[in-house]
Design a protein around this ligand. Structure first.
Ligand code: BGC
Length: 729
């Protein structure tokens, strides 16, 4: 049976804890237990642990469950099998090969990030971890925290936005949630895999300081909070060296400076050498027999160890790191149990997905009270976006294609093969709206006939256009435009009915050329398995929007650091370049770039409207020992309950290369008229600069201003603070 591999006889060994198998003693630390195990292992057993096999297709080991990777157990020592499954938006089931398995399709990464809620991020991780465990896996390839440097990156929907503190914090919480279920989580893709075009060879060019103050900071924060068992090194090169053989990033930064105790696994097809990679800090090769030129971490590495090119101690360290991570998450004592599908558990997952979507949708624009829909609204035109069937999802290895509601609600859309198929989660906004407003007449047209759509809109009190943009792993978007003539459709509908609303389901920011004619815009990202229900509740006011952008929304590509990038999209006319120059913006990703260049985006980072209003007051700043603390009050000044997301930005002393940085925030639920005193500990690293010369973070003596606002563009209340020079630990 498929299950047995993951259910090796660990519990029996665990009972024998103190006898012949002292590493089973749960009273010992993970490191002590791993050291005992390594000492008891043969060389062959060690080599068996440092490579996973691809568990999809013809080379799948017979006993493995179909999923991204598998390492056989070592029953003699009570070492469990490693069952590796994708990914960060729910548990995938490639091709539906695991008959009967289904999972909660979570909203996309930016949607979770838009909640600015540690709790929601944790619950999402916990849900995915629990579902992975119950499907027989003990590794979830989650924890995607590459920074969004460009809205055209095809994988932005897996990530958590552009800010290192926000992304690192929320992804860290999600990882913590996964691992609370005895399922080891990765954090990926380390590092600078910020574009997909030519991802297997392009080199991300960036200076040390800029790298540490942006992408690496996000990874570091996520590690501190989430303590992921494994870090997945990326495909791309960084300053000329492949991510999975990057001594500086793996050995020096990750393992030495950050004292990371876990193991580094490669991305699938990311290994190019044996001794170079092993000596640089790679601990496990993933599916090399299918994706790499050689299974480097078998024959070639055995030779290198035999010849002393890779020390035996390094091999032992690789094995130690792997084992201690499985021990640390409790994977030895709590082997995954494949269990029949459980409706009650499904309902819990779906509720988490819906709560995330309701808290993460961002109300970008709401003029003339077009939203929420008036209770007495009689006729509504719903147009386009397959809203009669479902909500769109992103493509690639993270796609959750099997839920208890079945597979894609819309089939046959190109591309139908990798990185497709294009997936629509079966959660129809149209049906959810009809349920929510039983007295209204709600008609639907698919939008292919623009004139028919305009006619329907004209007859309605309100017209709602659903616009979608599909994005996927391995390919970037060619531009920032909605595809398939949807801009023209929206313009036609808006011309026919001034009370038009656009619900966007996109990878991230897109151009909004029709904006002046459309009073209401809701950004619903890829909203997951309960997206339709969440959107209906937000549009009708049953839920109050509280999402805030985790990315800056540019007007168009001309505002980006790299307006043109050769080779984007499917079948590009130009060849991709070998390098991407990230030093153009350096650490000034997103809102920092806009502030440094004096550019006005369409919507600022942190922007998000509500059906109520909030006011903040009494901002005070204190430096208390090593802590910098902001205190203020926030009040709900409107008529509805809602959640405020007050944000604190530090403005660095005059002349600093980075004008401002998000240093803290809170998310506060408030009843109408309610006031709350809030205390936010600001992250000292956001006041500091990274100094590559001595690898330290130092706050420079000077005058700092902290601005409390509802977005990065809000000039809100400000308070000043003079800080002495200080080196952070
Ligand atoms: C992706 C990873 C994924 C892995 C296994 C790679 O192509 O970049 O994110 O976890 O495949 O499916």
């Amino acid at each position: 049976m498929l299950v047995c591999a993951l259910l090796v006889a660990t519990p029996a060994f665990a009972q024998d804890a103190t006898g012949a198998q002292p590493w089973m003693d749960v009273g010992k630390s993970p490191d002590a237990r791993a050291a005992l195990l390594v000492a008891a292992m043969t060389q062959d057993e060690k080599f068996a642990l440092i490579r996973s096999r691809f568990a999809i297709g013809e080379k799948k080991p017979e006993e493995a469950l179909t999923a991204a990777g598998y390492v056989a157990p070592i029953p003699r020592l009570g070492i469990p099998a490693q069952g590796l499954v994708d990914a960060g938006l729910g548990v995938t089931n490639p091709g539906g090969a695991r008959a009967g398995d289904h999972a909660t399709a979570m909203p996309s990464g930016p949607m979770t990030a838009s909640t600015w809620s540690r709790d929601i991020a944790f619950k999402g991780g916990e849900t995915m971890g629990r579902e992975a465990w119950r499907q027989g896996f003990n590794v979830l390839l989650a924890g995607s925290v590459n920074l969004q440097r460009d809205p055209r990156n095809g994988r932005n929907f897996e990530y958590a936005g552009e800010d290192p503190l926000l992304a690192g914090t929320l992804v860290g919480e999600s990882i913590r949630g996964v691992q609370s279920q005895h399922v080891l989580s990765t954090m990926k893709h380390y590092a600078l895999n910020d574009m997909e075009t030519a991802r297997n060879f392009h080199s991300a060019q960036i200076g040390d300081r800029a790298m540490h103050e942006s992408d690496l900071l996000a990874f570091h924060v996520a590690i501190e909070i989430g303590q992921p068992g494994s870090v997945m090194c990326s495909y791309n090169r960084i300053n000329g060296t492949y991510g999975c053989e990057h001594e500086e990033l793996l050995n020096n930064v990750l393992k030495r400076d950050w004292r990371y105790p876990g193991y580094v696994m490669s991305d699938w097809g990311g290994v190019h050498s044996a001794s170079k990679a092993a000596n640089a800090g790679l601990d496990q090769q993933s599916a090399g027999e299918v994706f790499d030129k050689a299974v480097y971490f078998d024959g070639p590495l055995r030779m290198a160890v035999g010849a002393g090119v890779v020390p035996q101690a390094r091999l032992d360290d690789m094995v130690h790191r792997i084992l201690r991570s499985f021990i640390a998450v409790g994977a030895f004592e709590h082997p995954p149990q494949r269990q029949p599908v459980d409706d009650a558990l499904d309902a819990i997952g779906f509720d988490v997905a819906q709560r995330t979507a309701e808290a993460g949708a961002v109300l970008l624009r709401n003029e003339n009270g077009v939203l929420p829909l008036a209770p007495g609204v009689r006729r509504i035109a719903v147009i386009g976006g397959h809203a009669d069937k479902g909500v769109i999802a992103g493509g690639g290895s993270s796609m959750v294609g099997w839920t208890s509601r079945g597979t894609s609600a819309v089939t046959g859309l190109a591309p139908t093969t990798w990185p497709g198929p294009v997936m629509f989660q079966p959660s129809s906004p149209l049906l959810a709206l009809r349920d929510a407003l039983p007295d209204a007449r709600i008609d639907y047209v698919d939008g292919r006939d623009r004139a028919a759509a305009a006619r329907l809109a004209r007859e309605a009190d309100v017209a709602i256009v659903f616009a979608t943009q599909w994005a996927a792993e391995s390919v970037d978007l060619p531009d920032m435009r909605l595809p398939d003539g949807q801009d023209a459709l929206i313009a036609a509908v808006a011309a026919a009915n001034p009370r038009s609303v656009v619900v966007l389901q996109t990878n991230g920011p897109v151009e909004l050329p029709w904006l002046d004619a459309v009073p209401g815009v809701l950004q619903a990202w890829y909203p997951g398995i309960r997206g339709g229900e969440a959107i209906a509740r937000l549009l009708t006011g049953a839920a109050n929007p509280s999402g805030h952008l985790p990315v800056t929304w540019p007007v168009d590509v001309s505002q980006l650091p790299r307006p043109t990038i050769p080779g984007l999209g499917f079948k590009p006319a130009q060849k991709p370049e070998d390098t991407i120059d990230y030093d153009i913006e350096g650490a000034n990703v997103g809102y920092r770039w806009f502030a440094a260049k004096g550019l006005t985006p369409r919507y600022a980072f942190g922007h998000g409207l509500s059906y109520t209003t909030f006011a903040t007051s009494d901002l005070q700043l204190h430096a208390e020992g090593d802590r910098i603390v902001a205190r203020f009050s926030v009040r709900n000044t409107g008529e509805r309950a809602g959640a405020a997301v007050p944000q604190l930005y530090v403005h660095l002393p005059q002349g600093h290369a980075t004008p401002m940085r998000l240093a803290g925030w809170d998310r506060v639920e408030l009843q109408p008229g309610e006031t709350r005193e809030v205390e936010v500990a600001l992250a000292p690293r956001l006041f500091a600069d990274y100094h590559p010369d001595d690898r330290s973070w130092r706050i420079a003596a000077g005058d700092y201003t902290v601005v409390l606002g509802q977005s990065a563009a809000d000039t809100g209340a400000r308070a000043a603070l003079t800080l002495p020079a200080r080196r952070l630990d």
